[in-house]
Design a binder for this molecule. Structure first.
Ligand code: MN
Length: 713
């Protein structure tokens, strides 16, 4: 175990001004908090956070990161809370530890790796401070290093799989090549021990045959560079790791014949000019392998990687790959954002913004130039505007910020979207318009009877959901206008004792510039032409007779003849071809009348609604309509106007009485309030007018209610 003073010394070696005191406190705090807990290996649990902190000192990270590493399992595994940590170490450390704890709770529950990319984005998005992610990666590295202590094979494999699919690519994404290689190789050892063993055996065999080839080549390369004017060039050579050899064998479908297939060499020089100088020397001394030259200095990789790559037939007549870079580029290639932080540290302290890593990562990306890199770039920028949610089975669904459960449902499947009736977020029932957040688990409740609601258009944000809802609404609207139009035509025809037949209408389609009878129904339903007008077009002879008849408002009309039935409306969906007026809130059982608005269909008012005064001058807009009494499932909203005594509990008893009578209060607005009285409007969901009358009667028996009546106009 690293001792307390050792850890502090390590940090001091690269950051002399570090907060020694805080480091010491964190060491003691974590040790005490974990107490007698042990790891699967039998070691004290505290050895784990300590090792994780040690890994991060190798990356030369700041005191806050090291402290976070020491404390990273304290909240999850002990009685300590984030608030406790905040109190002792301040809000910044509190936030970092909280971030690592939250990442720890996310596990890829699904075996399916196709969600891996989304999951990686989720982790990136949730680590608002990249130090959270660095601690998480170091945590994972130590867990992988000690994986063999876990007895259950299934668990070991799951962790290794997750490391391969999620964490190694994530390390690569933020440019930490060294960490990525180590994570991959450890996972490889668990997932495919035989494959790894075979690679190692072959390596040993070749080493026996060819000797220490890398060292010989390094010596010669160094000599050549010195002789040609680069005395301080550093040359590094190594055999690639088993996993990267294995993957190369798989990808290129080749076996490796000799060590040179799997060696990598690096030339590290002082500055940019020397990079190209070294390249010139190597190309002059050795034959160049064509097609292998890549200049990642002028065009860096999206994760910030810079180097020149080339291949030559080098010493010992071996074909070798060489990367040429400056020391700074080397650090960035090995440590990624962590190195970047070191170089920018001073500048950041000066301008007061200490940590802008994610921002900087994006800055690096802005210099990307190939289409591939650009794509990568935009994806990364986009996740700032995304939320990542889970299905109950653990699949990750990526959505734009502001997305609702309906967007989620459509992202899962169009069918699920079309039939969704409700949603649970993290186990609790929520409204469909609720905004989703990163990491939410969303369960969609569906019903075969459900269809997309026009209301959804108000809050869905994804293109797919918008398009589906709109298409459905348009189709349904057409259907509704068509149905209303057909009913209105039928009524007009019956008044003159004609039967409405499609055949009769076909003759006038051209005149209305439509192709089908259905189109004509829609025109009439929308109020562009009245039923009477179409009737006169079909039978021009009745025009004169028609003059005597006008559609007379229902209240003043004589009792209807058998063939003079009103247009039934209950089957029509409110909000499309038929609208219930907000002035009088008509209910089934009320006597009603419709007012046609061109392009909008019909608005239904109660016959005694004051608003109807406005339409006295335009009798042609009036339609005789009626409830279709068979409908039972619909719920309607009635509006009550009340004056209630202003005393304790009066509102409570009011809602109790309404509830007892099976009314559901959907809205309540206090319109006037004096010392003695409340005046208010209450919207109540009821089955019909009679239901509302019952509620009114019940309210009238209450001593605290002065007046109660339906709101009219
Ligand atoms: Mn841990």
């Amino acid at each position: 175990m690293i001792r307390q003073f050792e850890l502090v010394e390590r940090v001091k070696s690269y950051d002399p001004g570090t907060d020694e005191d805080a480091l010491n406190r964190a060491y003691v705090f974590a040790m005490k908090a974990h107490g007698a807990q042990t790891r699967a290996s039998g070691d004290p649990y505290f050895s784990h956070p300590l090792e994780v902190a040690g890994i991060l000192t190798d990356l030369k990270l700041d005191a806050s990161t090291i402290i976070t590493a020491l404390l990273h399992d304290v909240v999850e595994d002990t009685e300590t809370s984030v608030e406790d940590i905040e109190q002792v170490f301040g809000p910044q450390i509190g936030r970092l530890v909280d971030g690592v704890t939250k990442l720890g709770r996310l596990e890829l529950q699904s075996e399916e790796t196709r969600y891996a990319e989304n999951f990686r984005k989720l982790l990136l998005a949730m680590s608002e401070d990249i130090r959270v992610l660095l601690v998480k990666l170091a945590d994972r590295l130590h867990n992988m290093q000690t994986l063999h202590h876990i007895p259950a094979e299934e668990k070991r494999r799951r962790i290794a799989r997750e490391t391969m699919d999620i964490y190694a690519p994530l390390a690569e994404r933020i440019g930490m090549q060294g960490l990525k290689d180590e994570l991959e190789d450890l996972a490889f050892a668990e997932l495919n021990p035989d494959g790894r063993e075979a690679v190692i055996e072959r390596l040993d065999f070749l080493k026996g045959q060819e000797g220490d080839l890398p060292s010989k080549i390094v010596e010669e390369l160094r000599g050549k560079l010195r002789a040609h004017g680069l005395p301080r060039a550093e040359v590094l050579g190594r055999i690639k790791r088993p996993y990267s050899i294995w993957r190369k064998m798989q990808r290129k479908n080749v076996a490796f014949e000799q060590l040179s297939d799997i060696m990598a060499f690096r030339v590290v020089v002082n500055d940019l000019a020397e990079c190209y100088q070294a390249l010139g020397i190597l190309h002059a001394v050795y034959p160049v392998v064509p097609g292998r030259f890549k200049d990642y200095i002028s065009t860096p990789k999206p994760n910030g990687y810079k180097s020149i790559h080339t291949a030559v037939i080098g010493p010992e007549r071996q074909r070798i790959e060489i990367q040429i870079r400056t020391r700074e580029m080397h650090e960035v290639a090995e440590f990624g954002v962590a190195a970047h932080w070191q170089y920018k540290q001073d500048a950041q302290n000066v301008d007061g913004r200490q940590y802008r890593w994610v921002r900087e990562l994006l800055d690096i990306l802005e210099h990307a130039s190939s289409p591939e890199e650009f794509l990568e770039h935009t994806k990364l920028e986009m996740f700032q505007d995304q939320v990542f949610c889970f299905t109950p089975k653990g699949a990750v669904i990526a959505l734009p910020r502001g997305a609702s459960p309906v967007d989620f449902a459509y992202a899962v499947h169009s069918e699920v979207g079309d039939t969704c009736v409700g949603a649970k977020v993290n186990g609790r029932i929520v409204q469909l318009r609720t905004e989703l957040h990163n990491g939410d688990q969303v369960e969609i409740i569906t019903s075969k009877a459900q269809t997309p609601s026009p209301d959804w258009e108000q809050f869905v944000v994804t293109g797919k959901a918008k398009a589906r809802v709109r298409r459905f609404v348009r189709m349904k609207e057409r259907e509704q206008y068509g149905e209303l139009g057909r009913q209105m035509l039928q009524k007009a025809f019956r008044q003159e004792n004609y039967d409405l037949t499609e055949k009769a209408l076909e003759g006038v389609l051209k005149r209305y510039k439509v192709e089908t009878v259905a189109d004509l129904y829609v025109l009439v339903g929308k109020g562009h032409h009245s039923g009477r007008e179409v009737l006169e077009a079909v039978f021009p002879g009745i025009k004169d007779r028609g003059k005597v008849r006008k559609i007379i408002p229902i209240a003043r009309r004589r009792k209807s003849k058998a063939n003079d039935t009103p247009v039934p409306i209950t089957g029509l969906i409110p909000g499309m071809a038929v609208h219930y007026a907000h002035c009088c809130h008509p209910l089934p059982g009320d006597r009603i009348v419709g007012i046609v608005t061109t392009g909008k269909g019909v608005t239904i008012h109660t016959i005694d609604c004051e608003t109807l005064e406005n339409f006295q001058a335009t009798p042609e807009r009036w339609v005789d309509v009626a409830w279709d009494v068979d409908e039972k499932d619909n719920v309607f909203t009635g509006r009550l106007h009340l004056v209630v005594a202003n005393e304790p509990g009066s509102l409570g008893s009011l809602s109790t009485v309404i509830g007892k009578n099976l009314g559901n209060i959907s809205n309540l607005k206090i319109t006037h309030r004096s010392q003695d009285f409340f005046e208010m409007l209450i919207d109540v969901q009821v089955v019909d007018a009679k239901h509302l009358s019952n509620i009114i009667a019940a309210l009238r028996t209450m001593p605290e209610v002065t007046t109660v009546e339906r709101a009219r106009g």
